[in-house]
Design a protein. Structure first.
Length: 53
């Protein structure tokens, strides 16, 4: 996910989308190992590292 604001905190929309994408992936036998938020300040937020995924 791209956050042009530079903020690395996931919004509720980010969390909801991640949950839906994980459900769809499971349905077609794909294992999701992480979702990342990438910002222009060259840092990222890992849903897996933060225990959200």
């Amino acid at each position: 996910m791209d956050h042009p604001s530079g903020k690395l905190i996931p919004s509720q929309t980010d969390k909801d989308l991640t949950k839906k994408m994980k459900q769809v992936a499971k349905f077609i036998y794909i294992t999701v190992i992480d979702f990342l938020i990438v910002s222009y300040i060259k840092k990222n937020y890992s849903f897996s590292d933060e225990g959200i995924l």
